[in-house]
Design a protein around this ligand. Structure first.
Ligand SMILES: [Zn+2]
Length: 310
């Protein structure tokens, strides 16, 4: 068996194009952007296929280019069970036969250690592309592959050219996979929170996506501080910063307070209108559905912290 990845030039073109897309559009891409494909030798090729999980453009002879999560149904949130474990991602076989055309391409990809792209479904129609990923194991009993990722800044090398010995490489990828899962969780949290708040700051209604964050009400390190919508608030950069430094507090009934030390200061419009102006006002954007609104006990715990800091 040759160790040469005949499909290498296409793979590199795809990954370079994806890098550009993510730089322009952010790390979560809508399907219509992914579906525009990439240029290879004057021709447009696809990154992935809407209906299939395992994909390669017809020019690729040996292995696959990408894998894609089956899309969670419209209106239903993905459960991300996969993200809770510290192991690799479990990627389901296409069908039940490991010898089928699609699965065989991944088995070969594993044998040759070729880098693939993983379009990880964040919600219906939205994917966070991860690359390079590698097939680490085939699990016939579970009808799945174990997929691991490389460090996000790792150089994508042709198969067989990795400097680290295989044991070290496998450890590195394990570690990188755990880090990647954390990032995916945060990406999903951001996506869901911003959608629940109609992509506006809950304090000032500012609508520019690039300047919006999904803030945690209870921080990550709090055991209740899960990245779920009722523990989130969509906030613009200014109000997120003010909330995190306890210059801006939110009462459990949704009324905004500004720290006394800030109220006593005088300055230009950002302070006067952008911060002090919201004192005593109610949050102006909240999710429509009750289950998605901030949990009162979370707000209470957070408000106590604000009071102590003031
Ligand atoms: Zn704001």
């Amino acid at each position: 068996m040759t160790n040469q990845d005949l499909d290498w030039p296409i793979r590199v073109a795809a990954m370079n194009a994806l890098q550009k897309l993510v730089r322009q559009r952010g790390e979560v891409l809508p399907w219509n952007v992914i579906n525009q494909g990439f240029m290879y030798q004057g021709e447009t090729l696809h990154f992935a296929n809407r209906a299939r999980g395992i994909f390669w453009p017809r020019h690729m002879r040996e292995t696959a280019l990408s894998i894609k999560t089956t899309v969670p149904r419209e209106g239903r949130e993905a459960r991300y069970d996969d993200l809770r474990s510290n192991e690799g991602f479990q990627y389901r076989f296409q069908g039940t036969d490991v010898e089928s055309r699609d699965n065989r391409r991944l088995v070969r990809g594993m044998a040759w250690d070729v880098p693939l792209i993983y379009f990880y479904g964040i919600e219906s129609g939205f994917y966070r592309p991860i690359w390079p990923v590698y097939i680490a194991e085939v699990n016939p009993a579970e009808l799945s592959f174990t997929v691991v990722s490389a460090a996000p800044d790792a150089e994508v090398l042709p198969p067989g050219l990795h400097a680290a010995d295989p044991k070290l490489l496998s450890l590195e990828r394990r570690y990188a996979t755990v880090q990647m899962k954390k990032r995916l969780h945060q990406a999903a949290f951001r996506q869901h929170v911003l959608r629940a708040y109609s992509q506006r700051c809950a304090v000032c209604r500012f609508p520019r996506l690039e300047l919006l964050d999904a803030a945690h009400i209870l921080p990550d390190r709090d055991e209740r501080g899960r990245p779920e919508v009722p523990n989130g608030l969509a906030l613009c950069k200014l109000h997120h910063g003010a909330f995190d430094t306890d210059l801006l507090g939110i009462r459990p009934d949704g009324i905004i307070e500004i720290a006394p030390r800030l109220l006593a200061e005088r300055d230009g419009p950002t302070l006067e209108y952008g911060l002090k102006g919201f004192a005593g006002k109610a949050l102006s954007v909240l999710p429509e559905s009750r289950e998605q609104q901030p949990r009162r006990d979370y707000l209470e715990a957070r408000y106590e912290r604000f009071l102590k800091a003031s």
